[in-house]
Design a protein around this ligand. Structure first.
Ligand code: 3HC
Length: 300
């Protein structure tokens, strides 16, 4: 017997071409995974050609690394490389079956991206979002076909983290959900169905954890001491993880959760200062705490 809410597998539609909106690091990592596991054309789009070229170049460089490490043959590297292309115009999605967005984590931006993509794709094309915290139902609300929207949330680094959270919105159809699960399986991820609630499961739990970590630092404990406390406890110390994810994303997650559950989630003023200063990492290339971040943490 299928667990409640699980999709009927027979409804899954084939995915023969993938579109990715956004050509940043997360999107490029996703492009690599899709092309490697599905071996279908994957098109990256972004606002301008420079960003698109950068995303495509990242995927090609990662394919070269796999070749250099003997993970894939020369033939396969050439084949995969040729399958990854980029374009600014979303018209290129006209024959895609599965389009996923990984743009800025802001509801209005995501909604306008989906409205734009919907004009280019067929009515059956799945629109997936890699949002880490926002409502799938709300994101789909103004579309002509809200039933094709589904949450498809990867974790960083995309190539190695096994989990994929699949989020069903109020209007998501069984066929969309089944296609999302079949695609997740083809990507060799562990797929779980999660409720359309703020930050789903993993980021909600992480939000509690990172909030408490932030509070400890706000109370005066230095970041390296907090991180040092995790040696051998977790695969990555908290501020290394926060730097991998990106301080802005981590802050956004806790703001979203604080908005939904104000008594349970903490928004660290020090993290707000780090994000306002546009710092991408707490640590410098040599692995020591970035002095500018240190100064921001010490401000009242
Ligand atoms: N990209 C691609 N591959 C990577 C990578 C990266 N950034 N970092 C490491 N890898 C690969 C390595 O190539 C290696 O592959 P191999 O075994 O095939 O050679 C494998 O991962 C293990 O790497 P290492 O042995 O060098 O390093 P570690 O043992 O330290 O593991 C890690 C690296 C798997 C990233 C580990 O540190 C880890 O699990 N960290 C926690 C990551 C995590 O919790 N992510 C979730 C964040 S929350 C999130 O993303 C949600 C979002 O919405 C914000």
């Amino acid at each position: 017997k299928r667990p409640a809410g699980a999709p009927d597998r027979s409804l899954a539609r084939p995915v023969t071409k993938v579109g990715i909106v956004g050509a940043g690091l997360m999107a490029s990592q996703m492009a690599l995974l899709f092309v490697r596991r599905l071996e279908v054309p994957v098109v990256l789009t972004d606002l301008d050609q420079e960003r698109v070229d950068k995303g495509v170049a990242y995927v090609h460089a990662e394919i070269d690394k796999l070749l250099a490490r003997g993970r894939i043959s020369n033939d396969r590297a050439n084949r995969l490389g040729a399958l990854v292309t980029g374009a600014v115009d979303k018209e290129t999605f006209h024959d895609a079956d599965f389009v996923i967005e990984a743009v800025f984590e802001e509801m209005s931006v995501k909604k306008s991206v989906f409205a734009d993509v919907e004009k280019a794709v067929s009515p059956e094309c799945v629109l997936a979002t890699n949002t880490s915290s926002l409502s799938i139902t709300e994101m789909a609300a103004d579309l002509e076909h809200p039933e094709r929207v589904v949450g498809f949330h990867f974790f960083n680094p995309v190539a190695v983290m096994p989990l994929l959270e699949i989020v069903r919105g109020e209007e998501t159809s069984d066929a969309t959900l089944a296609t999302a699960f079949a695609t997740g399986k083809a990507l060799k991820k562990t797929t779980i169905l999660v409720n359309d609630s703020p930050s789903f499961i993993v980021n909600r739990l992480l939000g509690r954890f990172m909030g408490e970590v932030g509070r400890i630092v706000d109370e005066g404990t230095p970041v390296p001491v907090v991180d040092g406390a995790f040696a051998g406890v977790a695969p990555m110390p908290p501020f290394v993880l926060l730097s991998l994810v990106g301080p802005a994303i981590a802050l956004h997650n806790n703001e979203t959760l604080h908005g939904a559950f104000p008594d349970r989630f903490y928004v660290s003023p020090a993290l707000e200062r780090v994000v306002a200063a546009r710092k991408a990492s707490y640590y410098g290339p040599d692995g020591s705490l970035d002095p500018e971040v240190e100064a921001l943490l010490e401000q009242p």
